[in-house]
Every structure is written in C-alpha cells, then in structure tokens.
Design a protein. Sequence first.
Length: 378
Amino acid sequence: MWRVALFCFLGLLLSCSDNPASVPDIPAERPGEPELPVEESHAVSFAVVPPEIIVDASAGSYTLTLLRENAASAPRRTLTVRAVTDAGRVVVPGSVTFDEASGLVTFELSYDFSAAGEAANVTVSAEEAVTVLRFVRPETPAVRMKGAYVHNFVRAAVDIEILESGSARVYNLKGEGLERSVRVEGEVAEALAVGGVTGFAAAVSTGGHDLPADPILSTKGRVSDDGSMISFGVVYPDGSACIDYIVIDDGEWEDCPGAVFTDAWVLPVVTFKAVKYVPACDYPWEVWLQRSRTRQGIYRIIDLYRGGCPLSSANTATAGDVLTIDARDPEAVVFGPSTSAFASNGLEAFEIGGTGVLSDDVIRVPEINGMASLSLGR
C-alpha cells in the first residue's frame, strides 16, 4: 500500500513540473527605454522698463532690449516687431534677429510725440513678447547742473540733466564714456533701465579704475536730506556688487582727499570671517570726507563703514548714511551721532558718535573700546 502511495506522490510531482501554469512567470529582461530629451525653453521677453520714461524733447529714440531663455542652445530666430501709440507717432524696425546661441538683442524705437505736459502710451510687441511704455514730457524745462558719479568711491565728472514729472524726478547723467539714468521718487532712488539693461553706454576709466559696463540689477537707495547726494546699489554681470552715488555740485560741499579713520565703535566688537579686529588702531581705512564751503568747521562722512572698511561686505545698512561732524569748537567736537551707518544680521544697531577734540588736523574721540580718530586729509 505504501508503494502505491509513493508512486502516486511521485506522479503528482512530475505532472506539476510539466504544467506551465505552475512555473512562476519571470518576465524577460528588457533593454532600458531611452530617456526622452527635455526640451529647453527659448521664450523671449522684453527686459524691464521704467514705469515712466521722462523725455525732454518731443522727438527722439529709445532703446529696447529683448532677452531669450537658455541662450546657449537657442537657434537663430527672426521675430516680427510692431508698435502702436495712442498719441503721436512711433517707428520700429519690421523685424529683429537673435543669432544662434544669443540671448540678447536690442533695437531702437523712434518717437514723435505731442506737447509738453502730455503723455503717450506705446505698446511694442515682438511676436509673443509684449511691453508697454509710457512716455511723459515734463511741463517744466529740464534743469542742468554739474556733478560727479561715484563708483567704488572713485569719482567721474558728469553733466546732470534733471527732469520732473509729478512726484518723480529723473537724473540723466553723461560723462566721458558714461551714461546713466536714475529715477527718484520721494526719498527712494533707483537706477533706471537704459534699453532694459541698467547701465553705462560704455566702460569708463577714471584714475586707472574701470567702471564695469552694463550693471544688470539695481537696488533701491536713498537721497540725502539736502538732496545733494543720491545713493543706490548695483550688481554687475560678473557678480560683483557695490554702492554707487550721484553727487550734485551745489556749491556747499567739497571733498577732503586722504582722510583716514580709526574705529572705536564697531571693529573692536565684531568678528567677521574669523577675524577679530583688535586693536582697531591696526585697521585704519580711508573714508569719504567732505567739508562745508559755507560753514567753516562743518564736515560730513558718507557711508563711514563702506569703501575701505574691513567690514564693508558685512554691512547691511541702507547705503547713503551721512554722519555730520561739528568741529567749530576744537575743544568740543561733536562727532555724529548716527545709528544707520552699520548694521549686520543678528546684531543690534550701533550708535556711532561722541565728543572729542581737534588737534593737528586730527579729531580724536575717546570711547570705552579705544580712541576713535579721523585725520581731516587735504
């Protein structure tokens, strides 16, 4: 009997092994499916334009800039350009062409508008890209003055044209190889786009110092209380950033070249990039000092903790701080105060200032962290 059972069991095993349904269905290996290429966008758009373009003449031209995404892989492309206006007349080229691997192209819009005090709205399209411009002619004539453009504390002489429209003013600057427009509304200053790319017509060299061409971004700054100085931040294509200034020569202030400051307020207590600036007297730096032409003994320092200051790159305070010094009494010099000259993340505002003495063209202010000093330069 047991032999019969054994044979039945073996027969059952053999029948199972021959039944395809009893064999697990293992899928055959398939070659990896090729990944579909990701198509990069080459969308075209106009660079940002100011909310109002204030122009002094009824006829002229304005440069517009078209930008294209992922330029490195972009093919050559020609776009049809059109423009319409609700006042006057505008003319644009019939088409513009992006070269292969090009991400930027510019073209001129010529205009002929109506009388002063009126505005013209212009819509410009380059196929899918559309921008709207508002041209305004001021009711009052332009004011023209002399002044300076200051980049990295290096000055370039400029002619300044000031146009007003409502609460806004536009400062058009022209110097040797230098052209820039800055819009001021209230106490806020911002560099405007020239053809959509904020910047210079060309690089300019002043005293061996090159000003980069075409900054790509402007941060809002401020205007001094007396309106003689405008400051704003710019970022350049190489990633460098700095604070630039417009100084209007109103006859009140003149520079004191060679002024050097030794700190007793910030450097002695701030560690930056693992460096402790102690003693602070080992870290003097040249500052932008000006003296009043009309009030003997009155001075001012522009952005004390920028320029050559070792903590300049850590200073997050809004640019354009002005620290006033009253040295009319040499035995009781009033230095400041200022609470907006230096700020940094995680630190409370520093109050810079005190009372000192003037001797041998050096102001000395004793403080708990040491002796602050300022040589008055030339």
